[in-house]
Design a protein around this ligand. Sequence first.
Ligand code: SF4
Length: 155
Amino acid sequence: MTSTVISSILPFNSEKINDKYLVTNMMGCWDALNEKEFHQLHSMRVLEGGGLFNRLLERGLIVDADNLQRVIDGYRSLNANLFTDTSLHIAVVTKRCNLRCTYCHAEGGASSEDMSIETAGRVLQYLFDVRNNSVTLEFQGGEPLLNWPVVKFFD
Ligand code: SF4
């Protein structure tokens, strides 16, 4: 019985840095090759099953049926922002502050500029609709605690 190994060298970019060639591909995989290794790769003459072949397979510069899913998972992880909504959200619950830092962008406005409970409810609804298993809500201001009822509402 014979087995067939189907493998592919993924398209790659390269740059010579000192005496090594940095090789990268769109999947976020990379390796640093010496001159001889690079020329083997560049001329598509990597001996299947050899040391360089196995190393490039491990590094995701070559794919076959065994490592393809791992390379895809790595790509998904590297580009997680393309597949899920953002995880960090910021609620400015007030522009008021009891301090006056010179570099501050908040202008110490009136309490009428505080976030209302109604708006906080809409923020909460939005957060429940976010397509991400891990969501962080950060309170900003002003000094968020000056609008305690709204901060407490989020709790
Ligand atoms: S909001 Fe922050 S930076 Fe601005 S005055 Fe208050 S403490 Fe200072």
